[in-house]
Write a protein that binds this ligand. Structure first.
Ligand code: FAD
Length: 344
């Protein structure tokens, strides 16, 4: 099987396949590009809770695999932190409670739901907001995990090819930038934000995949008692990094950007600074240590999330992308499902 794209999605899929004894070649596109991909830039926040119970099941299952497997934990540099998810008052509390019970079934005792009023260090939360607090959550290094999964896949027999893939043929076959043609039984395009353009160039019917920029800023702050968090009432999200830095971001509205055109949006970075002061009282953040990181992820229309999709009906060409800004959380589980489908 040919897996095109050496981000977390492609690496996890190649790893799952090679562990099942499948002959797999992982086409990484070359080492240089990997620092600008979503996996290299990712904030790596992982938690079980999502407001949608189905999404919570996938995130919690993936996190549970880290928590029971010491090798995966060390490959990913998993750091456990409390995670707080603040939900607006009008955000269907029944659904949130259902999602908390899903997480509880997979990570018992981890998640509780309570009124957000008085929750430190948040300020000015709207009346009626709810907070889901999780004990078992935190962050990983998706880039480290990708590197370890790739190395282990190679140890299990996978082949690595760093020549960029320039095209595909329906046989199926992969056409490399140096003109070499490599036949395969199945071809999986796991090229993240590069996928929509590659599908167009290869003449494969569109899958209504779009790209979107994600951006955060690192700055100096250690708000006491604050671990990883998402505040749906202001859009702010973040986590501590190390040695006194704190990562903070807001959703961006930069859709359909080409990978070559990614650039930090200074207006968005300014809005993050204002929200950090209002919501968390961080008047001096980000300070002189400020660094803004921006990269793209791939978003499917309709049901989001990383999963295997047919590039054409009844063909052995698939995509494995659609991380939608959250696949560091779900890549392990998604790759397990995709490998089972491909082998089946
Ligand atoms: C800034 C940012 C912050 C994020 N924070 C979080 C978070 O806190 N928690 C969370 O769960 N998720 C987060 N995500 C989402 C998560 O990191 C991504 O969903 C995930 O990393 C996507 O992995 P991928 O392999 O699909 O894509 P990528 O990592 O983009 O990998 C695609 C790969 O395909 C390769 N490629 C492209 N073209 C070719 C070609 N022609 N031939 C060969 N290879 C090619 C590229 O070089 C690249 O290495 C974040 C994403 C971003 C961008």
């Amino acid at each position: 099987m040919a897996v095109v794209g050496g981000g977390l999605a492609g690496a996890a899929l190649a790893w799952r396949l090679s562990r099942r004894g499948v002959g797999v070649t992982l086409f990484t596109g070359g080492p240089g590009r990997r620092w600008t991909d979503a996996t290299g830039a990712s904030g790596g926040l992982v938690r079980g809770f999502e407001p949608d119970p189905a999404a919570a099941a996938v995130a919690a299952e993936s996190l549970a695999e880290f928590r029971r497997d010491a090798v995966l934990r060390s490959w990913a540099g998993y750091q456990e932190l409390t995670s707080t998810y603040v939900l607006a008052a009008d955000s269907a509390p029944d659904r949130a409670e259902a999602a908390v019970s899903v997480v509880d079934g997979i990570l018992p005792g981890s998640a509780t739901i309570r009124p957000a009023a008085g929750l430190a260090p948040f300020r000015g939360l709207p009346d009626g907001a709810l907070a889901v607090v999780e004990l078992h959550a935190g962050y990983i290094s998706p880039a480290r995990l990708r590197n370890s999964l790739t190395a282990d896949a190679v140890a299990a027999g996978a082949e690595l090819c760093h020549v960029p893939v320039a095209g595909a043929r329906p046989e199926p076959a992969v056409v490399l930038a140096d003109g070499t043609v490599r036949r395969c039984d199945s071809l999986v395009l796991a090229a993240g934000a590069w996928t929509p353009r590659l599908l167009d160039e290869w003449g494969l019917p569109g899958q209504r995949l779009r790209t979107k920029q994600i951006q955060y800023t690192l700055g100096r702050a250690s708000p006491p008692g604050l671990g990883a968090f998402v505040d749906d009432t202001s859009g702010l999200y973040g986590r501590p990094v190390s040695t006194g830095l704190f990562l903070l971001g807001l959703p961006s509205d930069r859709w359909q950007i080409e990978p070559a055109d990614v650039a930090a949006d200074p207006a968005l970075a300014r809005r993050v600074t204002i929200r950090a002061a209002e919501r968390l009282g961080l008047g001096a953040w980000p300070g002189a240590a400020a660094r803004t990181v921006a990269a793209l992820d791939c978003y499917p229309a309709g049901r989001g999330g990383l999963r295997l999709r047919e590039a054409m009906p009844a063909s052995p060409v698939f995509t494995f992308t659609g991380g939608s800004g959250g696949a560091a959380k779900t890549a392990l589980l998604a790759a397990r499902g995709a490998a089972a489908e491909l082998v089946g």
